[in-house]
Each structure stands twice: as structure tokens, then as C-alpha cells.
Design a protein around this ligand. Structure first.
Ligand code: TYM
Length: 331
């Protein structure tokens, strides 16, 4: 995965699963970058089809999809500038998924780290869990995306997308733009506060391990004050030797747009760092939370945004689907 200098006009696509309240890993690793890079060429997709690979109640999925759209808007994405849409509203995503399933092979999908992890936790896992990265590749290729801003855990899926695009182009003629992943400098992999060797995650998390965007201030403070660090007492950025403390420094620097090293220089004691970090996180999330509740209280506006997004997304994605289908010989 390369890092390009973003020039403000590139075609961007990224996605997020509507699988519960976002945590600060999703926010700092992805959504904060989406806000910064939004432009008329940016497409942000709530991947509800991907969420079907999880055990999720239909009513819960419906609510979480709306929550997710509202959270993206509350975080600062302007739907009149960028396109925000639900994946299932743009039917060519599922269709493109099929075309690419006929290009991908079983071996490469069964080697995906996320597949292996998730499959080992589910008895009789769904086929969708295996083919998930192919659907994701389709999400990206349908928009001729040049850049895909994601957290570090999506690197392997991005590589597969590039591989499938190149394989398709070689076999059927130049059809797809080959996208480049973009991972932020800080907080590309926010770690669990209790088990700093594991990434912060919605699915497996210790009770105090993840900070969710809409946690109460007292909860945020408790989680940060109890975050696991080490006993040597020196405030220094060293992810290998001091994973817990370095994670806090990364979170701090991402919220205040500095570097973890800069933040480390400002503190001598873990307790002071944690206290200020808790305050910083609470004050940074407060306006997002307030805006989220406003948006969630206005279902008509949310419906309007979703319908508007679907129309814009379809207008871009459908011609690309037709191009790919025709290249493969479909009439
Ligand atoms: P998802 O829903 O798991 O996560 C959404 C975004 O959040 C990032 N992220 C993190 N970043 C830093 N630290 C963490 N602990 C952390 N946890 C999650 C993820 O890297 C991601 O950028 N397969 C994707 C969704 C998807 C997608 C796409 C992404 C579907 N189609 C097309 C990009 C392009 C996923 O499950 O993300």
C-alpha cells in the first residue's frame, strides 16, 4: 500500500459496515480522513450487504444502517458535496460482485486473514464470509476509485482488489482503474485499551477496551484512566516496547493533529497524559454526538439524503458495471 499526496480532486471510495456504534478506531482510522478528503468525487458507502455476513437481526440492521449514515453526516461529511449511500440501494454492487467472483479463485480468498479469523469463530460460517473481499473489490472498482482511505486492517483486501483489477484487465482488456490504498500516518490501527496487542474492534472487545463515539463522558474517562500501560513510568513513543502507552499517544495525536512524539514530550506522568486525553476525546466527540441526535430525530431528512446518494452513486457505478459486463461477453 502506497501513500499518495492527496490533491483534493481525486476519485475516492471507501466503506464502513453498519454493525453497531462506531468506535474511535473507525473514526480516526477512516471517517476522519473521509471528512478531510470529501469533494464531489468522493463516494462513501455504508456496506449493508457486507453486514449480512454477520449474525444480525433484520430490525437491528435497519436501525444500524440509519445510525451509520447519521454518524457519517454528524462527523462532518456534507452529502451535498460527497456522495453518501447504502450499498444495497445501488444494485450493481451485487452484480459486480458476481462478475468478480468469476475472476477470483478459492485459494486466494481462503488465505485472507480476516476470513480465517472470523471463520474460526463461527461454526458453519456463511459462504458470504469467504466471498466478502470480492464484493468489497467490486465496491471500489465500480467507481474507478483512485484512492481508498482505510485503516491498516484493510490492507490485504486492498491488495486483492488491485490483483483482481489487474487480472481482469489482462484477461478482458483495460476496464478498471487500479486503486491505491491510503492509510493515515497516525491511528491507522487503534489498539484495544485493555489488550494493546489487539486492534480495537466492534466484534471482539473487552468491556473497557473500546471507546465508542457516543459513550458518556464518564465512561470515556473511566476507559482511558484504566487503559493498560506499563510500569517503567517513562512517557515515550515506542509501539514495540510500550504498546499501551504508545496507543494512547497515537490517539491523542490524531485527535489534536500533532505527532505521538510531540505529545510524549509534553508529559512526564502517565496520569496527567490520561487525564488530558480523556478531556480531549470527550470535547472532540461532543459536537458529533449532538449533531447525530439531531439527525436521528429527523427521519425525513435522512431518507432524503439516502435517496439522493443512491441516485448519484448509481449514475457513476452503472456505466462501469456495463463496461465490465460487456468486456466479459454479456450482451
Ligand atoms: P469496517 O466496517 O470494519 O471498518 C471501517 C473502517 O474503519 C477502519 N478501522 C480501524 N482503523 C483504525 N483502527 C482500528 N482499530 C480500526 N477498526 C476499523 C477500517 O480499516 C475501515 O477503513 N471491509 C470493510 C468495509 C468495506 C470497504 C469497502 C472499505 C466494504 N467495502 C470498500 C473500503 C472500500 C470493513 O469491514 O470495514
Amino acid at each position: 500500500m502506497e501513500e499518495l499526496i492527496y490533491d483534493g480532486t481525486m476519485r475516492i471510495l471507501s466503506g464502513i459496515q453498519p454493525s453497531g456504534t462506531m468506535h474511535i478506531g473507525n473514526y480516526l482510522g477512516a471517517v476522519k480522513q473521509w471528512v478531510a478528503y470529501q469533494n464531489p468525487e468522493a463516494f462513501y458507502c455504508v456496506v449493508d450487504l457486507h453486514a449480512l455476513t454477520l449474525e444480525i437481526e433484520p430490525e437491528v440492521l435497519r436501525e444500524q444502517s440509519l445510525d451509520c449514515v447519521a454518524t457519517l453526516l454528524a462527523a462532518g461529511i456534507d452529502p451535498e458535496i460527497a456522495t453518501v449511500f447504502l450499498q444495497s440501494h445501488v444494485s450493481v454492487h451485487a452484480q459486480m460482485g458476481w462478475l468478480l467472483e468469476c475472476v477470483a479463485n478459492f485459494g486466494e480468498l481462503s488465505r485472507m486473514t480476516q476470513f480465517k479469523e472470523k471463520a474460526s469463530r463461527q461454526k458453519g460460517y456463511r459462504v458470504g464470509l469467504l466471498t466478502y473481499p470480492v464484493l468489497m473489490a467490486g465496491d471500489i472498482l465500480l467507481y474507478d476509485a483512485e484512492q481508498v482511505p482505510v485503516g491498516d486492517d484493510q490492507r490485504q483486501h486492498l491488495e486483492l482488489t488491485r490483483e483482481l483489477a489487474e487480472r481482469f484487465n489482462n484477461r478482458f482488456g483495460l476496464t478498471f482503474a487500479v486503486p491505491v490504498g491510503y492509510v493515515p500516518h497516525a491511528a491507522a490501527r487503534v489498539m484495544d485499551l485493555q489488550e494493546p496487542e489487539r486492534k480495537m474492534s466492534k466484534s471482539i472487545s473487552s468491556p473497557l477496551g473500546s471507546i465508542y463515539l457516543f459513550d458518556e463522558p464518564a465512561e470515556i474517562e473511566k476507559k482511558i484512566m484504566k487503559a493498560v500501560t506499563d510500569t517503567d513510568g517513562e512517557v515515550r513513543f515506542d509501539p514495540k516496547k510500550k504498546p499501551g502507552l504508545s496507543n494512547l499517544l497515537e490517539i491523542f495525536s490524531s485527535f489534536d493533529n500533532s505527532t505521538p512524539q510531540d505529545v510524549a514530550q509534553r508529559y512526564e506522568r502517565y496520569g496527567d497524559l490520561k487525564k488530558d486525553l480523556a478531556e480531549l476525546v470527550v470535547t472532540s466527540l461532543a459536537p458529533i454526538k449532538a449533531r447525530y441526535h439531531e439527525l436521528r430525530g429527523d427521519p425525513a431528512e435522512l431518507d432524503r439524503v439516502i435517496a439522493h446518494g443512491a441516485k448519484k452513486a448509481m449514475a457513476t457505478a452503472e456505466p462501469v458495471y456495463r463496461r465490465a459486463a460487456a468486456a466479459m461477453g454479456l450482451i
